[in-house]
Design a protein around this ligand. Structure first.
Ligand code: DGL
Length: 251
C-alpha cells in the first residue's frame, strides 16, 4: 500500500500523476488540514508532524511513503529516513529542467517560505543554476486559495498576479512550481502570465510526473508493485467531509 501525505489537498496534484503510472495499487492519503499551512512553520514542528503522520500511515499498512509536500520534504525527509525502515519518496523543485530549457536565461521559482530557505532547495539551486538567473517568490496566499477550492476566477487571478509579476518582471520564461498546491492553479498562472507578458512563451513546470516515475521505478526495484486493484482511503486531521469534497472537486 502506498502512503501519501501533505499539509492539505496539495499532495493530490502528485497523487493525480502517481495514479497514471500505478493505476492498480492501494493508497492511503493523509491531509494534515488541522495544521495547514506548513509554509511558515518551524522545521522542528514539521518534523514532529511528519513523524506522527508516518506512524499513522504505517499502521494503515503503507509499505512506501510519498512526502507529497515540498515543505515537509525539505524539513523532514532526512529525519524520516533515519527513523523509519521504509522508503520515502520526496518532492524536488524542478530547477534542472527549467534551467535546461529557458530561453531568456531567467527561471522563476514559486514555493513556500520554508522550501525557499531550506538547504535541500539551496543545494539544488547551486547544483543546477550555473549561468542562469533564478528569481524566487513565495506564492503568497496560493495554499489558502487551493484549500478553499478557489482555483480560477478574479480572486485567484489577483492573488496569483501579485506573486507571479515580480518573476516575470525579472525576465522569467520558466515558472517552477515548488509547492504541491500550486499545480491546481496552473491554468490561472498561465492565463495571468499570458496577459502580463503576451510576447513571451512562459512554461510552467510541475515536478509531479517525475516524482511519479521515480516512485514507480523504486517500487519496481523493491518488488512493491501489487496490482491488486485500485482503492484509496482518505484521512484528514481536519474536517473529513470537507476533504472528501475537495478530493471530488480537484480530481
Ligand atoms: N503543499 C505543500 C508544499 O508542497 C505545503 C504548503 C503549505 O502547507 O504551506 O510545500
Amino acid at each position: 500500500m502506498i502512503g501519501i501525505f501533505d499539509s492539505g489537498v496539495g499532495g493530490l496534484s502528485v497523487f493525480r500523476e502517481i495514479r497514471k503510472v500505478l493505476p492498480e495499487e492501494k493508497y492511503v492519503y493523509f491531509s494534515d488540514s488541522a495544521h495547514c499551512p506548513y509554509g511558515e512553520k518551524s522545521k522542528e514542528y514539521i518534523i514532529e508532524r511528519a513523524r506522527s503522520i508516518t506512524r499513522f500511515l504505517l499502521d494503515k499498512g503503507a509499505d512506501i511513503i510519498v512526502v507529497a509536500c515540498n515543505t515537509a520534504t525539505a524539513a523532514a525527509i532526512a529525519e524520516l529516513r533515519k527513523e523509519f525502515p521504509i522508503r520515502f519518496i520526496g518532492m524536488e523543485p524542478a530547477v534542472k529542467p527549467a534551467v535546461m530549457s529557458t530561453k531568456t536565461g531567467t527561471v522563476g521559482v514559486l514555493a513556500t517560505a520554508g522550501t525557499l530557505k531550506a538547504d535541500k532547495y539551496l543545494n539544488t539551486r547551486e547544483k543546477w543554476a550555473e549561468g542562469v538567473r533564478i528569481a524566487e517568490h513565495v506564492g503568497q496566499g496560493f495554499v489558502e486559495l487551493v484549500e478553499k477550492g478557489c482555483t480560477s476566477g478574479k480572486e485567484a487571478e489577483d492573488i496569483v498576479r501579485a506573486s507571479l509579476k515580480p518573476l516575470l518582471d525579472e525576465g522569467a520564461d520558466r515558472i517552477v512550481l515548488g509547492c504541491t498546491h500550486y499545480p491546481f492553479l496552473s491554468d490561472t498562472i498561465a492565463k495571468v502570465a499570458s496577459k502580463l507578458v503576451p510576447e513571451r512563451t512562459v512554461e510552467i513546470i510541475d515536478p509531479a510526473p517525475a516524482v511519479a516515475r521515480h516512485l514507480y521505478e523504486t517500487m519496481e526495484m523493491e518488488g512493491l508493485i501489487r496490482k491488486d486493484g485500485f482503492s484509496i482511503e482518505l484521512d484528514s486531521s481536519g474536517n473529513p467531509e470537507q476533504f472528501e469534497n475537495a478530493y471530488g472537486k480537484l480530481l
